[in-house]
Design a binder for this molecule. Structure first.
Ligand SMILES: Nc1ncnc2c1ncn2[C@@H]1O[C@H](COP(=O)(O)OP(=O)(O)OP(=O)(O)O)[C@@H](O)[C@H]1O
Ligand SMILES: C[C@@](O)(CCOP(=O)(O)O)CC(=O)O
Length: 459
């Protein structure tokens, strides 16, 4: 498959997220979430395939050069019956095993299929590189050169320790945007335009859900596209009638879904601001315990105790909106009296603990209560919460953006030690401050030059 037009290299990045308020509630459209985009981004660069040998390859090669054995080669072809573009992973050699990456494979299938509905010319082969900012993983890494912003982690992706910033959502968003920007002319897709963002959001939600095999609230894709926002989810039924890739009419239905007006998602960027003197800090908590099934268990509790759950969720929703309103008020009117904000956050934490207890799910378990209380007592720290679904592995704090406040906070968290295990048998280990803060900007085009040293030719 060869194209007649010379395609220009493109690069796009999308931010990670921290879910400050509305975990669980946001699964129901009645409620909203307060999500902040972070200044940690996943970058995707795409360019024509270059081979040392000069041989023409008709495939799309995706690499994540910061990790070992992280290359995926795909063949692709237009299917019959309007089933879209079928993507097949190829083996690099007979000896190598197939190491699949469902997020990349699905995002590629959906993006190429959408493109195929907009233009009939064959899609030229390409080479795609993924580069992630350091805070996504807690593994130590080394820069390729002193000026390089990206680290070589020297491990396989399966050995990367994720810090929970939403790597798959930022990846799917940046990847989809890069592929669309590369193959489509600007008049058909412009990542900087509102229409372009809508298409990107809808397409990325559809492929991220398909790759995950479940329909979550989609807050992570929304913040990867739009940055910090107040988010009301789309109706999950929107995705239920889409046929699977390759099935009859997948391509037409995907385009209709992505461009259609049925999306009832609400993204309010204007309702979320960060006052000038404040910032977010995230702490990663080293903890062996994973808590699968938390969402299922909370939803079951809600189903079985509708009155109690409605009361707690109603109060939490008001508290969550109050956080957004107070932040916006402080950002607009100025002032440095954070007393009200402190009270609102403390009130929300109380409700979260109530929900934890009632559902018997460790959303804010006692180990995290101790850590949050200690951090909140540091002068200049307004408050903090367990982000997203909660659990043992992270906290997020709102504090005055001053060196001395971070310095004092660092002393508390880095010396943090819980003696013995909690009643639930879980011990939390080392706590570290992640090198991230909030960022209001979502997906954006990048200069392709910054990735040069990471891009390798194909043999
Ligand atoms: N740098 C990368 N290169 C290629 N694939 C990646 C990269 N980072 C993440 N991924 C893909 O995303 C998957 C991780 O996604 P997952 O949804 O489990 O976690 P997350 O989005 O980082 O975390 P959370 O939802 O807890 O915030 C990896 O298994 C891999 O397929
Ligand atoms: C519990 C939930 O509301 C938030 C999960 O957030 P996180 O994966 O912990 O960042 C689930 C969802 O919104 O899809």
């Amino acid at each position: 498959m060869a194209s007649t037009l010379a395609l220009q290299p493109q690069a796009v990045s999308a931010p990670g997220k921290v879910f400050v308020a509305g975990g669980y509630l946001v699964l129901d459209r009645k409620y909203t979430a307060l999500v902040f985009g972070l200044d940690a981004r996943i970058h995707v660069e795409i360019e024509p395939i270059r081979t040392k040998s000069g041989v023409t390859l008709s495939e799309i090669i995706v690499r994540s050069p910061q990790f070992r054995e992280a290359a995926w080669e795909y063949g692709y072809r237009l299917t019959e019956g309007d089933g879209g573009i079928a993507v097949t992973q190829l083996r690099a050699s007979h000896a190598s095993s197939l190491n699949s990456n469902p997020f990349i494979e699905t995002a590629l299938t959906y993006a190429l299929t959408y493109i195929s509905t907009l233009q009939s010319s064959p899609l030229a082969p390409s080479s795609i590189s993924i580069l992630a900012d350091q805070p996504y993983y807690s593994n130590p890494g080394v820069p390729l050169s002193p000026s390089s912003p990206f680290l070589d982690f020297s491990v396989a992706l399966s050995d990367a320790h994720k810090t929970g910033l939403g790597s798959s959502a930022a990846l799917v968003t940046a990847f989809t945007a890069a592929v669309l920007s590369y193959y489509l002319p600007r008049e058909k897709f412009d990542v900087e335009s509102e229409q372009g963002k809508t298409v990107l959001h809808n397409l990325s939600q559809a492929s991220h859900c398909a790759a995950q095999g479940k329909v979550g609230s989609g807050f992570d894709i929304a913040s990867a596209v739009y940055g910090s926002c107040l988010y009301r989810r789309f109706s999950p039924s929107l995705l239920s009638t889409l046929p699977p890739p390759g099935a009859e009419s997948f391509a037409t239905q995907l385009r209709a879904l992505v461009e259609g007006s049925t999306w009832d998602v609400e993204i309010a960027k204007a309702k979320v601001k960060m006052p000038k003197g404040l910032r977010l800090v995230m702490c990663d908590v080293d903890c062996g315990s994973q808590t699968p099934g938390m969402v299922k268990k909370v939803l079951k509790w809600r189903e079985e105790n509708p009155q109690e759950a409605d009361r707690i969720w109603g109060e939490l929703q008001r508290g969550n909106e109050a956080v957004a309103e107070e932040l916006t008020r402080l950002a607009t009117e100025g002032g440095a009296d954070y007393g009200r904000l402190k009270d609102i956050i403390a009130g929300n934490r109380k409700l979260i603990r109530e929900m934890s207890k009632a559902s018997d799910v460790p959303i804010e378990p006692p180990q995290q209560t101790q850590l949050l209380d200690a951090c909140s007592a540091v002068p200049g720290v307004v408050g903090g919460v367990v982000p997203g679904a909660g659990g043992y592995d992270a906290i997020v704090l709102l504090l005055e953006d001053k060196e001395e406040v971070i310095g004092e906070l660092r002393k508390v968290v880095e010396g943090w030690k819980v003696d013995g295990e909690g009643e639930d048998g879980v011990t939390i280990g080392k706590v570290g401050i992640l090198g991230v803060r909030e960022d209001m900007v979502g997906v954006r085009r990048e200069n392709v030059e910054i990735y040069k040293e990471w891009i390798t030719e194909t043999a």
